[in-house]
Structures are given as C-alpha cells and as structure tokens.
Design a protein around this ligand. Sequence first.
Ligand code: FAD
Length: 532
Amino acid sequence: MNRKPEEDPCGEPRAGSGTGGAPSVAARSSPAGGRADREERHGVVIVGSGVGGSLAALRLARAGVRSVVLERGRRWPLDPAGTTFPAFPSPDRRLVWLDGESSPLPSPRSGPWARLFEAVEAALPRSTGLLDVRTEEGAVIVCGAGVGGGTLVYGGVLAQPRPAAFERVFPALDHEEFDRIHYPRARRRLGGAPFPRDLLDEPPYRAHRLFDRAVRASGLPAETIVSAFDFGALREELGGVRPAAAVVGQYHFTGCNSGARTSVDRTCLAEAEATGRAWVRPLHRVTGLARDRRRGYRVLTEHLAEDGTVRERVAFHCDRLLLAAGVHTPRLLLSARDSGALPHLHPSIGEDWGANGDHVAVVRTPGLSADPVQGGPSATLVHDTAGTAGVMHAPLTLPLGAGRMVWLGMGIPDRFGRWVRSADGRIGLEWDAEREAAARAQVEDVLHRVAGHLPGATVIPLTPSRPVVAHALGGVRLGRATDAHGRLHGHPGLYCLDGALLPGTAGAVNPALTIAAVVEHCLDHVLTDFTG
Ligand SMILES: Cc1cc2nc3c(=O)[nH]c(=O)nc-3n(C[C@H](O)[C@H](O)[C@H](O)COP(=O)(O)OP(=O)(O)OC[C@H]3O[C@@H](n4cnc5c(N)ncnc54)[C@H](O)[C@@H]3O)c2cc1C
C-alpha cells in the first residue's frame, strides 16, 4: 500500500530523521516518476544551484520563504593551500562529471562505432567532477556541475548587451527598466567589479594589453569588462600571498583555487543559506519530475556518493517547483512532458536553443613573446557599432603555441535548434553550427577589424563541425514556453528561472549577467505567488 509522504510545509530538518536531518521520511513505493527509497515533503523545491537557482533561493529566503535546493554536484569549499580544484596541465578525476547519462562520447549511437561507444561508456566509472561535457550531434556542450553551477567554472565576464542587441533579443522586455534596475542588481549579486587598468602593465596581462591597444586603435566601441572577481585577491596572487590561479589562466573550466574569481556558492547562495531558510542538498541528481496526488510536484532524485555511485533514491514532494538546472532544464521538462508525467507543458519546450552565436579564433602575433602565461580575467570588450557582434581576448591555459592568443566572439544567431525526445526516451539535440553562420560572419568582421591594428597578426578562425559550446541557452523561452515571468504554461506552481529562458542568445555578450537580470525580473513578479 502507498503511504502519503509525511506533511511538513516548512521543510525544516528534524534531528535524527535520516540522511542530513531530512524533514519527513517514509519508506516508499512506485508512483509517477519512478521508485524511491524515501520521500520528503517541502513547501518549495529549487532544482540547481547555479546562477538562477542561487538568486531564487536568496530572494525567497529574504521574503521569508523556505526552500530546499537540490544540486547534483558536490560542494567545492576553498582550501587555503589552493588544492580544491583540479588544475592543468595535470587534471584529475575531479574535473569531469560522468553520470551514465551525460557523456563525452559522440552521439547519436548509430553506425559501426555505436557498439564500441556503448561498451566504453559502460566501462567508464561514474564521477561527480566539476565539468559536465556532453557530446551531442552538432556540439559538445560544457557546463558546471556542483554547488555554484556554471559560476564554478566560468570566466566571470559580466557583460551587458548593448541597447539595440537587447531590444532585438527581448522585444517584450523594457530595456530602460533592465538598464536601471535588473542589470545593476545582477552585477551586485554576482560580485561584479571592473578590470583595474593598471593590471595591464603586469607581465601576465601582456596579451590583454596588445588586444586593448588594437581595440582602441580600431575606433570601434569598447568597454572595460566588469567581471565576478575580487581584484584584491588577484593582486595577492600576483604578490605570492595566495596560490597563483587566475594570474596563470587557471580559473575557467577548472575552477579558481585562489578564490579571486568568485562563485555564487560563496556569494548569494551563501547569503541565502545564512538566513536558515535555504537548505542546499548537494549530490542529489534529479532524474524525474511528475505531479503528485496533492496537485503539487514530485521530484525524484538519486542521492550520490562522491564517487558517483547511488546511495539511495529520494523523492521530494513540494507545492511549488522552481527549475534552475540550466542546460538540463529543457531536457528534464521534455522528458516529463513526453512521458506523460507533466502532459500539459507547452509544445515549444526544447525549442529556441542556441549556442549564443559564439565564434572562437586563434590570433597569432609576433608582438607576443614565445609562450607567455596569460592571466585572467578578460579586460576589454569590443563591439561593432550596432552592438550586435562583440569580441574579447579569452586567456586559456591550454598550450596554444608561440605568440598565440584566443579571441572569443559572440553574435546574435537567427536560426535555432531544439532538444527532442526519441522513441527510446533519449533526449538529443538537433542543431548544427551552420545555423549560426550569419552571426559568425558578423563576429569575423569585428575580429578582422581589430586584428588589423595588431602588427603582423594572422587570424586563424576555428570552425569545427562540432564546436565546444560553453554558452548553451534556451529550450524554455520566456513568454513562449512560460508566461512573461517564468511560470510554465499548463502546470500551476511550476517555474523556470535560468538560462533556458533566453532565446538561444544573450545579445552578443556572455550570458550569465543577462540570465541573472532576467531571473531577477521574473522574481520581482512571481514572489507574491509564494508569500501572498
Ligand atoms: C567554461 C565556461 C566558461 C564560462 N564563462 C562565462 C563567462 O565568463 N561569462 C558568462 O556570462 N558566462 C560564462 N559561462 C556560461 C555560464 O556559466 C552559464 O551561462 C550560467 O552559469 C548558466 O546559469 P544557469 O542558472 O542557467 O545554470 P547553471 O549555472 O549551469 O546551474 C545549473 C545547475 O543545475 C545543476 N543541475 C543540472 N542538472 C541537474 C539535475 N538533474 N539534478 C540536480 N541538479 C542539476 C547543475 O549541476 C548546476 O549546478 C561559461 C560557461 C562555461 C562552461
């Protein structure tokens, strides 16, 4: 016989009530979404602790609302010795996330290699590492896994789109309101600070200095980049007081061992937790969503050990469910809709997916000595006059070869891809890089105009058929799959508050700041659903 999960509207931990002081515990059977070993009930559940999930937890906590944040990855507490995160050139098992479902191996599985890939995959150990690397038909998608989400591995660039770009991408949003309220607030929440220009004179920033000079000489609109950095800590890295991390380019992809690049687990999520009203449950991987019998939601999770093995299956029941799983939000929703667990979700779930019009080029210049260490963060962003294509120098730790640097450009794509669910239940991406060819052409124009002012420069565009995508966006488009404020159509009490809301582009800039601004805007409107 199925027992109803125990009632606990506050979701307060109870001493001695199971793993981590779980609030309500009942041995469980097999309702919609799959079997659980244990069930808990909470008022509000948030899935994902990255940009969107952390902001939601903070705003709810400040409004007096308790929430449980389910995060598949582990915590990454900084240790003073600087060994928290894996580092190049000798990364270890802490780097990659492997859960038997996200896979770095190519898909779809057809043709002569299919069996081999399946066999290799079956032999791979599970791992709760930092970087989820997911190989799809047209792209290799990378995103963060852990408490802090993408901000654990991001470059920290907090760029705001130019007005024309914003209005093109978000015709239904009020640019003046965003410029005045949401962007400044988002910058504060994510800990934004402008790059101090005196750093350009330091040896690790020589490539930035060359890029900055070329940009200024090009006459194109340029700005000093605001990023999620503690520049005091970065100066301590330079002075040898802290372990060298950002100043040697080790902060994105791998995590930042000095703490100079900040992440939301140490800023807004930490603030939410400090209120006692946000309760983060690391190593809880959501595997299914469904309605429960009380018109709320049932969220099935695997509670993982750090080696990735499943300790138990726990189902979380809630009245309101906020999805902030980033790249994985549309995948979870599509799975739930097409399996009949959440049948009334909008037909557009999965659509409007894009790679942000990103385009990477290697630029070789004799002005850069042999193989200089390139420190971060990025210093200067240049745009075309319309603001619809932007370029920055992106320091990487990878061995690029003598006198080379990587420039990252971003345009505004006008053709998008989509996530689809196949008959075997697998969710795969239908997208290819050609869809962003027009955006890439615009970016290349800016790239060449800047490179023209770098003496002796050669631009080597990188156009792989399967590009690495760090700025994956869309799948739950704001105002289409949701109402104007992130409430999903068809299922009251269900919300999307993350990068899936953006229509495949952030408007020729890196996306995190705009994700935060859009989420803040949505929260301004939906908070009363929780408090009213
Ligand atoms: C290497 C790299 C560099 C980047 N640099 C920049 C940059 O400089 N500037 C910028 O603006 N953007 C950058 N980005 C992009 C930026 O990190 C993301 O756009 C942003 O973090 C997305 O925010 P989000 O709230 O949508 O999701 P995320 O921040 O990705 O958070 C989603 C969270 O949900 C969790 N999750 C996912 N699935 C599940 C599940 N099934 N169960 C439980 N939890 C789950 C994830 O582990 C993650 O913690 C970079 C990304 C990468 C990978």
